[in-house]
Design a protein around this ligand. Structure first.
Ligand code: UDP
Length: 333
């Protein structure tokens, strides 16, 4: 397989930076575009061409495609905070749907033929059953999920009309950090359980909240499918390789392990890793949280040669914790 350079949009962000590492580890040349609205320049490895700017800047994207001889795109750039999407829906449709339209248009014009797109379990809304299959109803309950679903549809229509194929990878709960600590989650003010919990573990917060203890689940707290960011990044590389091998096929795949863990189970694992209990506080339910979100990953496992190496919550929280300790050492994050 000829390895033409891959443009990673949002490559200075959490998942994008791990994808850059995974691509390079697999021998792919990489370039990154990121507007640094939520990313950090220093997680982009030395030697990777970096372009600061928006994927909606057509002149910039055209120039990158041409000068870097881009053959494919891993598209992570976008806005990702669900409650913010409710307050600022037009911003979400602009940053997610319209910007993806600009990127896809530029790709078609430049004959860039493969796009791996960062989608989300939020496209399903409140699922009628778990584990969720890809064909299950898509009824997003917030603008974030809707903006991603619209982009999926746009890619499907564009792929039917142009020499282009795509993979939409629907992420469940992404956590952890690169096992070699080359990257991790940096952003301040994260609301995600594992990030918040490790911040509490290193003393950046005085406790971790447990939102809702009266759900109809095994211990009353919400159940989620937590996937290690390095395994998720690896799925992007194998999805890209499949798109190149089979240019007429598209992929829509859930990305999770197919295993649900409750909030309390996650926190118990963290306590074990830390060696002492991290202070918890029981709080009322957070609006909009479905009781249980677990992926069926049958399609992912059957379609791609994906061999997750970190499908274990203790490893996920251990890597997240180690990264958080390093951030503390650098007084960042
Ligand atoms: N959660 C929690 N405390 C926190 C953050 C999250 O109890 O500080 C719960 C949240 O209510 C949900 C689960 O942990 O049930 C996962 O939430 P997260 O925000 O990490 O991801 P989401 O599933 O909302 O995308």
């Amino acid at each position: 397989m000829t390895k033409s350079p891959v443009l990673v949009t949002g490559g200075a962000g959490y998942i994008g930076s791990h994808a850059v590492l995974a691509l390079r580890d697999a021998g792919w040349p990489v370039a990154v575009i990121d507007d640094l609205s939520n990313g950090t320049r220093d997680v982009v490895p030395d030697g990777v061409p970096f372009f600061e700017g928006s994927i909606a800047d057509r002149a910039l994207v055209d120039r990158i495609f041409r000068d870097q001889r881009i053959g494919a795109i891993l598209h992570f750039a976008g806005s990702i905070v669900v409650p913010e999407s409710v307050d600022k829906p037009l911003e979400y449709y602009a940053n997610n749907t319209l910007a993806s339209h600009a990127l896809t248009s530029a790709a078609v014009a430049a004959e860039v033929r493969h796009i791996v797109f960062s989608s989300t379990a939020a496209v399903y809304g409140e699922p009628e059953r778990v584990p969720i299959e890809e064909d299950d109803p898509k009824q997003p309950i917030n603008p974030y999920g809707a903006s991603k679903l619209m982009t999926e549809r746009m890619l499907a229509d564009a792929a039917a009309a142009h020499p282009l194929n795509y993979a939409a990878l629907r992420y469940f709960n992404v956590a952890g950090a690169d096992p070699d600590m080359r990257a991790g989650q940096v952003g301040k003010g994260s609301t995600h359980l594992i990030k918040v919990a490790v911040e509490a573990a290193v003393g950046k917060r005085d406790h971790v909240a447990v939102f809702g203890t009266d759900y109809a689940t095994r211990d009353g707290t919400c159940v989620r499918d937590y996937v290690h960011v390095t395994d998720l990044a690896a799925a992007h590389v194998v999805a890209l390789e499949r798109l190149i091998e089979r240019p007429r096929e598209n992929l829509v795949l859930n990305c999770g392990y197919g295993t649900g863990l409750s909030v309390l189970e996650v926190l118990d694992n963290l306590d074990r890793v830390v060696g002492t209990p991290v202070p918890r506080r029981e709080m009322p339910r957070r609006p909009g949280d479905p009781p249980e979100l677990v992926a069926s990953n049958r399609a992912l496992v059957e379609t791609l040669d994906w061999n997750p190496g970190f499908a274990d919550i203790e490893t996920i929280v251990a890597h997240a914790l180690e990264w958080e300790r390093r951030l503390l050492g650098r007084s960042e994050g």
